[in-house]
Design a protein around this ligand. Structure first.
Ligand code: NAD
Length: 289
């Protein structure tokens, strides 16, 4: 059965489901063309934080977008209300598969028949979230990085996504100052996270084998590529526990990956050296941050 694509999208709202770190940033990007964004989050604190974040960053972000005009943000704790009339719903709830499955069931049931249902999940393909969805053809992975600083968006089918949904998003998202790219096959880590995972893994191997130190690798990186900070500084910023979870996820899917990187990360995590958030990681100089 074919799905109906949303029409008149310029005059219809976008709904963001989950307004934490990424949800508030996604909402910000969709308020750059004068339209309405609705953000649903059960937490009042998260909703307030999102309102403050959008207000603080709106002018600078609108200025990044060709022909940008500040739109409006409404927040609430009623999902059905938040979805009324929307052409697109973007899920950005915590990274727990059971929660994602539940939320996608609700989105399928409560949204308009033509609403595109997207997930911002970093590690789960939407193919794993659609058990309770009657129309998987309108579901898609839509993976943001850290907008407005990084405005790349990776799009990926759930295996049954209507290609017209992907094409519509590829056409429409640049209007919001975003740079969409399609992953042409299902891929854990989409395009760039997967490449970045390989870079991190080899850097960790080099240190785990005693070939070099985090500080020297970062310095070489900066001198060779002319960009900084290097991979070890960046891993400290993300959190070494999170980096370890990500690597464990890849290792589960791809038997044969070297164990050295995970062992090295495990040692740091067991010592409470989680990076910036614990004051120490590969570097020791975060105590005053
Ligand atoms: P977060 O914890 O900052 O925010 C999650 C929000 O979801 C919270 O405000 C919470 O109150 C809300 N929430 C909880 N249950 C909900 C429900 N049933 N319905 C609606 N909202 C609910 O998480 P985050 O870092 O923004 O991550 C969200 C998603 O984005 C995850 O799938 C993650 O993989 C993905 N992502 C995160 C990053 C990142 O750097 N943080 C980058 C790209 C993608």
């Amino acid at each position: 059965m074919g799905i109906t694509l949303p029409q008149n999208i310029q005059s219809r709202p976008v709904t963001v489901v989950g307004g934490g770190t990424l949800g508030s940033r996604i909402a910000l990007m969709f308020t750059t063309q004068g339209g309405k964004v609705r953000l649903y989050d059960p937490s009042e604190e998260a909703r307030q934080h999102a309102v403050d974040f959008v207000a603080e960053n709106s002018a600078d972000t609108v200025a990044l977008v060709d022909g940008g005009v500040a739109g409006s943000l409404e927040t609430g704790d009623d999902l059905a209300e938040a979805l009324k009339g929307s052409w697109l719903a973007v899920e950005a709830v915590p990274e727990h598969l059971d929660l994602k499955k539940k939320v996608f069931g609700q989105l399928d049931e409560l949204s308009e028949n033509d609403t595109i249902l997207a997930s911002n999940s970093s590690s789960y393909p939407t193919s794993s979230m659609i058990d309770n969805v009657a129309t998987p053809e309108r579901v898609v992975n839509m993976h943001f990085y850290m907008p407005p600083a990084v405005r790349v968006v990776e799009l990926m089918s759930d295996g049954q996504t209507d290609q017209r949904v992907l094409d519509l998003l590829l056409d429409t998202l640049p209007g919001y100052g975003l740079y969409p790219f399609e992953a042409y096959k299902q891929s854990t880590g989409f395009i760039f996270n997967r490449i970045w995972a390989a870079i991190k893994r080899e850097c960790l191997s080099v240190v785990a084998e005693g070939v070099s130190t985090p500080q020297d690798v970062d310095r070489i990186w900066e001198l060779a590529l002319g960009t900084g900070p290097g991979p070890f500084r960046l891993m400290d910023q993300v959190g070494l526990d999170v980096v370890l979870d990500i690597e464990n996820h890849y290792a589960k899917e791809r038997p044969g990956l070297p164990e050295g990187p995970r062992k090295l990360l495990r040692r740091y995590v067991d010592e409470g050296r989680l990076g910036v958030k614990s004051g120490r990681g590969f570097y020791d100089d975060y105590r005053d941050n």
